[in-house]
Each structure stands twice: as C-alpha cells, then as structure tokens.
Write a protein that binds this ligand. Structure first.
Ligand code: ATP
Ligand code: MG
Length: 253
C-alpha cells in the first residue's frame, strides 16, 4: 500500500550568514493534506528555513522538491507558480491600495495570465472567507494587526497554493482571535492545501498540528506528534534554557 504522498521535501538544507549557520542540514517532508508545525526558540532558524522554502534565499547546501519537481534553484515567483504560497511574519501590504486590490494582486501574481475579472472575484471570495469582506474597499493601511494578518493569509491563498507557508500569523492575536485563525487554517487544509506553519503559541500548535518539527540552533532536534515532542526532555530543555515565557507549563497547555 502506498503511504500519503509527499508534497514538499527538504533534504539537508543549510544556510549560512557569514560564520553563522542559521540552518544546518535540515530534512523533513510535508505530506498531502497535512498541517505541519515548525517550532523552536527565538533565533532557532525557523524564518530562515521558510525563506529557503519560499525562495527568498538559496540554500548553501541541500535540495528542495515540490510536487516531485526540484525547485532548489527556482525563483520565488517560479515556486509560487509551482504551488507554494507564503504569508510573511512581517506583513507589508500595499498601504494605499484597498484590501480587495491587495488580494487581487496576490491572485494575479500567483497565476500568470489570470484575467483581472477572475482575480477580482477570487479576491472577493477570499475576503469573505477571511472575514474581511466589509473592509474590501478600505485602504490597507487602515487595518488592525488582526485584519492585517487575515489579509496576508488571503493574499497567500489568492496565489492558489498547494502548500501554504505561514510565519507566526497568530502572533499578537487575542485567544479568541487565534481560535478564529485556527479555524481558518483548518478550512484551508480541508480544501486540500497542505500547511506548514511557524508558531510560538503552543495551544495553537497543539490544536492545529498533525505533526511538529522542533528546531534549535539551526537544526531539527525533534519531530513527531505534539505530545511526543513536548514530552521530549531535549525540547523542554531548549525552551526552558532560552525562552522563559514558554515554560513547561505552557508547553503542556
Ligand atoms: N539576513 C540575515 N543575515 C544575518 N543573520 C541572519 C539573517 N537572518 C537571520 N539571521 C540569523 O539567523 C539566526 C536564525 O534566525 P531566524 O530569523 O531564522 O530565527 P527564528 O527561529 O525565525 O526566530 P524568531 O522565533 O525570533 O522569529 C539568528 O541568529 C538570526 O540572527
Ligand atoms: Mg522568525
């Protein structure tokens, strides 16, 4: 019997910044229909890993495969067209454009040749899905943090990805808002998109992730279910050593 199919595969990815090994020999797979969390203390290399996956950086070493295609040297745009969508940790909308226009740009960027009318329709449906429809015609710079994050997810979804990469989209949200975001990510997965998300909020990781990859000092230190990794003494030590606000109590929350 065949196992679940692999949509994204990283083999031995490394990235150096001068003498600093920000990502070292990282290997993992994302399976179809899966929600994979990447966690780890500040500076562990999570965002750098996402930058390697989405094409902001080329790896110093290693190989990256998306839906069976080698994309190690592909541009960000080519990766996006091949099915990789990304929401950034720091949202940089086009502030003077409306919310609807921002998401329309995502649609046009993601699918070359898409007609403007189609892009606008897709953007509208994503604004409805992300709870932003009432703000569609407002300039993006008027959005609150929560609304910004939703728009960032809508922009990423507008590129019609098969794998969605999310970098701390729940940061700064109140618990009720984070629960809404969790429901949104689940609905994305239920629509057939695999999700890889970086998150510090452990209850969100527990509720959302099918599987968790733990990074520390650029390397994968553990991988498994939420329960497995949070009961791994190495993981607990890494968090307790560097990130007091994520003490053991919260790890097991
Ligand atoms: N462009 C860069 N140039 C030099 N060093 C960098 C660069 N980007 C990241 N680093 C360094 O690489 C290491 C990993 O950083 P990264 O941002 O990937 O961590 P992170 O796990 O995302 O942390 P956080 O949880 O705080 O977002 C850190 O030591 C960071 O200072
Ligand atoms: Mg980061």
């Amino acid at each position: 019997m065949n196992g679940p199919s692999v949509v994204l595969s990283a083999e031995g990815l490394s990235k150096r910044f001068g003498g600093l090994k920000a990502v070292q020999q990282v290997s993992f797979k994302v399976y179809a229909g899966e929600i994979l969390a990447v966690i780890g203390p500040n500076g562990a290399g999570k965002t750098t890993l996402l930058n390697l996956l989405s094409g902001v950086y080329r790896p110093s070493e290693g190989r990256l495969t998306l839906l069976g295609r080698d994309i190690t040297q592909s541009s960000m745009e080519a990766r996006c067209h091949a099915g990789l969508g990304r929401a950034f940790q720091i949202v940089r909308p086009f502030g003077e454009m409306t919310v609807h226009e921002n998401v329309t740009v995502g649609a046009l960027f993601g699918t070359p040749g898409m007609r403007l009318a189609h892009a606008r329709e897709l953007a509208q449906s994503l604004l409805e899905r992300t709870g932003l429809a009432a703000l569609a015609d407002r300039p993006a710079h008027e959005l609150t943090l929560l609304q910004d994050k939703r728009m960032e997810v809508a922009r990423a979804l507008a590129t019609q990805p098969q794998v969605l990469l999310l970098d701390e989209v729940m940061a700064g949200l109140r618990p009720a808002e984070a629960q809404e975001a969790v429901a949104l990510v689940r609905s994305v997965r239920d629509s057939g998109v695999s999700v890889l998300f970086i998150e510090h909020i452990m209850p969100v990781v527990r509720d959302l992730a099918d599987r968790v990859v733990v990074m520390d000092q650029g390397q994968v230190m553990a991988e498994g279910s939420y329960r497995d990794v949070t009961s791994n003494p190495l993981v607990v030590a890494a968090y307790l050593g560097t990130e007091p606000e994520l003490g053991a109590g919260e790890l097991h929350a």
